[in-house]
Design a protein around this ligand. Structure first.
Ligand code: FES
Length: 161
């Protein structure tokens, strides 16, 4: 990425461009933008952490978004989060699985509070979710990944397993 402008108003559009191109905003991009726009890196970090659309780390191929807003919280969101993190082998503070397949993100509110608790995995939204249902949604994707991987190893031929 080459930044050639010194217009501070370009900060957010540039960060958005990096986010779209790379899926996150790496440290190198922050440094480059800092120099080009003459904005301190701490100010850029402030913007990045204020807007939830920005990520500072690479995300997994599959996004698991779990609402942790008030309505979802009182209807069991913490149990959903625990179940999904357990299913994916994530420990406290980890968001992305080691294999880079999944990222778990806690969201403040999806605006679907009447369906609480709510989870969105990739494009699939599920309301009134239970911990067991959340586990099954994750397992279904893990199974599909394993099947895809096995098919790839067999030269694309389907297996009977
Ligand atoms: S609090 Fe969860 S959708 Fe609003």
């Amino acid at each position: 990425m080459t930044v050639s402008t010194q217009d501070r108003s370009a900060l957010i559009p540039l960060l958005q461009q990096v986010q779209v191109e790379m899926g996150y905003v790496p440290k190198e991009a922050i440094d480059e933008i800092s120099v080009a726009l003459r904005v301190s890196t701490s100010e850029i970090f402030g913007v990045l952490t204020f807007y939830s659309q920005f990520r500072l780390n690479p995300t997994g191929k599959h996004m698991v978004k779990i609402c942790s807003g008030t309505a979802c919280h009182v209807r069991g969101a913490p149990l959903i989060i625990d179940a999904v993190e357990d299913e994916l082998g994530l420990t406290d503070g980890e968001e992305t699985t080691e294999d880079g397949e999944f990222t778990v993100e806690k969201v403040a509110c999806f605006g679907a509070c009447s369906l609480a608790p709510v989870i969105i995995i990739d494009e699939e939204t599920k309301g009134n979710i239970t911990p067991d249902q959340a586990r099954r949604m994750v397992r279904k994707i893990i199974k599909a990944i394993a099947k895809e991987s096995a098919a790839g190893k067999n030269g694309g031929e389907a297996t009977n397993e």
